[in-house]
Design a protein around this ligand. Sequence first.
Ligand code: ADP
Length: 473
Amino acid sequence: MSIRLRFAFCYGTLFALILPLMTVLSYAIHARGQYDDIDRMLIVRTEHAASEVTSTSRPHLLQREKGFEIALHLYSSTGVLQDQTLGTAPLPSVDPRAILHTPTRPAFDPIVGLFPPLMGSPPVIPDATSAFSLINTSEQRWRVYVLPFHTAQGAGYLEAVTPLGRLDASIQAFRMILPLLGLTSLFLALLGSWAIAGNALRPITRMIQTAQTITLSRDLSRRIEMPAHHDELGRLAATFNELLASVEAAHRTQQRLVADASHELRAPLTAILGNIELLHHQQNMPAGDREEALAELEREATRLSRLVADLLMLARADAGIGLKRRPIDVDLLVLDAFHEARHLAQGQTLRLGPFEPAHIEGDEDRLKQLLLILLDNALKYTPAGGEVVLGLRPQEERVDILVRDTGVGIAPEALPHVFERFYRADPARSRDPGGTGLGLPIAQWIVEQHQGTIRLESQPGQGTLVTVRLPLG
Ligand code: ADP
């Protein structure tokens, strides 16, 4: 079921549940008000007549009250009609004593009877001995109110009667019209909710179409048209576009990486194949040339294996391999790396700078790999006679590892790119054909995995300072 249909259905169901309740309630309020008015008038009129009967010897009952169809009857205590309002016959003749035996006040309507008076107060019956009744004749219903009275001349009953025909007809019409109105409103509400849902969901439909087009065309440069309003759907479209942008960027990076990796792998492979061919076809080549070819073969194979190892390392990093953390003595680790790097030096001086013991939680193997990458770079890009200094400086909540060299340095325009995969500054390329351009990205990943930072400061021709900052503990 589509969201649109579900929305219209839910709205319609809710409306269909609320509507009958509201209909019955509004009917009850309306009818109850009307009928209560009748009772109120009957009480007032009867009381008025009763006061006349008790204060004067000849009551003026018989003046018909204009505007209200209320007739009054005066009965003796034995139930004999003694007087009545003029011109009101034929009225149902009811013995007031029979009415007074009716214990409860009959409700006008079963529905109305279910509700307490919803607006205003109910008519107050002044005398506990008085009573209301409802009388049905073939033409209509009548409301009757009987009030017993006592005078010096004797006791009797005053009875007020009013026809309910017109009011009943109007309430009946109201009762007929309410379901019709309800059904019409329900139909209109369903229609309206269908239209509103369609309108509200239109941007989503457009998003789905764009997403489908992108899937089919594989064109990640496409974007979703932004809805006119910056509401939730606007934000959804914006987020979707941001997602597309990041997927596009990731896709581009991936493509570039594959291209770069193939390119970097091809160079040593070409050299290896060339040398193998040479050795194969020139069986009688001079020993010196042969040695040179074999040396190059070894160099290129080593480079190839390093490249593959670095690529594997980064692939694992991308896949989210974790670290094996444990408490380590960074000073011992730095010393270890320092001794290992001394074999890489080719005429450069490698020495220890400021050095203090420090302990952190980390992955020993990865941190050693990081130190060797930095020392290897420092030595690679420092000519013979230059100096490389390795230092360790614990601070309050961190430890700084410093690798300073007096080498070729990095041009300011190249500096922001050195952590990009396969990036190699031009002088580096010409100085060290064995480099892969993957050392610093790996170093950065290791540092980030330790919640640390790595910073390069460099002056072309003067040297480079690499600062790795790791949190203690
Ligand atoms: P590479 O295998 O080329 O050394 P890296 O990712 O380790 O790859 O370094 C990227 C580039 O950053 C290098 O090619 C080089 O241009 C530059 N670089 C890194 N360290 C130094 C340094 N100590 N001195 C000068 N340039 C450096």
